[in-house]
Design a binder for this molecule. Structure first.
Ligand code: 4AD
Ligand code: MG
Length: 463
């Protein structure tokens, strides 16, 4: 049985036989009659040094043909290392090669390779230090988000991927159809007849699991959903993906303040968890990707979050001694530059902006008594900007029907959603956290396309 390298590195045991398996990072031959192999198995950032003596029966045939990328299994003795740079090493008694790697062809040889080029190699980039570290941070964050909600009594609900409703009402959805794109069935007026499509209706990939999440919250109290969401907006920025993962909690008998408190506790838990569990990987990001990223996480893991209304935020931005690319005016949607200014310069940390103008927010948000704003909130982080968007939901049937009509939406199509308001309606609230933006923030990676294994963005589909 193989032992994983991270387990060996954290175990005090020495002078015991072990088996390890992984991919060769480098090989160096010494004159003293052995080779040094740096082996990585993905379990941690660190490589394990293997000493392969020339006395191995397959030394000339196999060991001397090992190059970066080759896969091997080693059986040998785990010993304290006398060399500098590592605490332990394995003296090989047997070395088995699973697959060689051609050094002239393998794209991840010794030469430095930038993130742009690596984006063209999504099937191989997990073998680099950076992308292995990102994958481990992603793993810890997803495990910990389940832990956070379970410890608070939230149920994990699986909401659908294929849907016939547009939660955000922005219309930027990917259509799902089995109709022949060249000659779809049409009504007399020329419009496509979706009654003949696979589901008997026009369907798309979901932009959010919220609407279905709400139905479960209004039965089970507190729930969350975590899954992929899809947006067909043509946003070629370092913060947008066409396919991204979203965590969406929803609480019955809760208002906007409860929502903001949950968001704050949630982010803090996640920051503390990565700090506690991803030490070596975070140090790597700090040294190689974004100096200061660890200190930033440490600061935010305990910092109280700022709170400000949209109206007050606009006033702060108008008074700011900087010129923004997009001029500031009440009623506008905050741009990334404004969000960052608020988080980085004004609050110097996370800030929850609440009560946005109804005009720029989704139909389901609860109308405030002022008639102009809604009980919405965005959580803004330094560098990343918006990481969470949420709201208290409109639970009053007549108000919601009116809003739908005003937005040109047909209340009849929202029958199931309106039913929640017809039968035992309750105040409820929730939010959505963009999982990749969270990973970006924790790792300091500049481009969101580098924190998801297979990025989907406009014009970008490598594998
Ligand atoms: O603010 P959004 O659009 O909110 C919703 O979808 C609500 N239905 C959530 C809810 O209340 N249950 O999206 C939520 C978060 C954003 O704050 C952002 O972090 C992330 O999802 N996000 C994206 N991340 C990557 N690429 C994109 N194109 C994103 N669009 C939104
Ligand atoms: Mg938003």
């Amino acid at each position: 049985m193989k032992t994983r390298i991270n387990a060996l590195l954290t175990s005090p045991k020495r002078d015991i036989p072990v088996q390890v398996a992984g991919w060769v990072r480098t090989r160096r031959d010494s004159k003293g009659g052995f080779s040094f192999i740096e082996l990585n198995d993905g379990s941690c950032l660190a490589n394990l040094q293997i000493i392969a003596p020339a006395t191995l029966a397959n030394y000339e045939k196999d060991v001397l043909n090992l190059h970066p990328g080759a896969s091997i299994r080693v059986e040998g003795l785990l010993v304290a290392s006398s060399g500098s740079g590592q605490s332990i090493e394995v003296k090989a008694d047997q070395l088995t090669v699973y697959g060689f790697s051609d050094p002239l062809a393998y794209p991840l040889g010794k030469q430095k390779i930038n993130f742009d080029r690596l984006r063209e190699l999504p099937h191989l980039r997990a073998r680099t230090n950076t992308f292995g570290a990102i994958a481990r941070v992603r793993d810890v964050l997803s495990y910990e988000l389940h832990r956070f909600f379970h410890e608070r009594g939230f149920f994990y609900v699986h909401t659908p991927i294929i849907t016939s409703n547009d939660c955000e009402g922005a219309g930027a959805m990917f259509q799902v159809t089995t109709l022949d794109p060249h000659k779809p069935p049409r009504h007399a007026d020329g419009k496509v007849d979706y009654a003949q499509d696979f589901f008997g209706a026009k369907t798309s990939l979901t932009v959010s699991g919220q609407l279905e999440g709400e139905t479960y919250a209004c039965a089970m109290g507190d729930i969350y959903t975590f899954g992929p969401t899809f947006r067909a907006e043509n946003s070629n920025t370092r913060r947008h993906l066409s396919e991204f993962w979203m965590v969406e909690p929803e609480m019955a008998f809760a208002d906007l303040n409860d929502d903001a408190l949950l968001a704050e506790a949630f982010l803090r838990h996640l920051f503390q968890a990565v700090l506690a569990q991803c030490g070596a990987d975070l140090q790597f990001f700090d040294q190689r990707v974004l100096p200061g990223v660890v200190a930033r996480l440490e600061r935010l893991a305990t910092a109280p979050f700022g709170r400000v209304t949209y109206t007050e935020a606009i006033r702060l931005l108008e008074a700011a001694p900087v010129t923004f690319e997009f001029p500031v005016k009440w009623g506008m949607d905050l741009q990334s530059e404004h969000e960052r200014y608020l988080a980085e310069e004004v609050f110097k940390g996370p800030v929850v902006v609440t009560d946005y103008p109804a005009e720029i927010k989704a139909f389901y948000m609860r109308r405030n008594p002022d008639g102009k704003t809604v009980a919405a909130m965005d959580v803004l982080l330094p560098e990343v900007g918006e990481i969470i968007g949420g709201s208290q939901r409109e639970e009053r049937l007549e108000v919601l029907e009116g809003v739908l009509r005003d937005a040109g939406l047909n209340p009849a199509e929202y029958g199931h959603y309106l039913d929640l308001r017809r039968y035992g309606s309750v105040p409820h609230a929730g939010f959505g956290l963009g999982f990749e933006r969270l990973v970006q923030f924790c790792t300091g990676m500049h481009n969101i396309r580098d924190v998801i294994p297979y990025p989907r963005a406009p014009g970008c589909m490598r594998v």
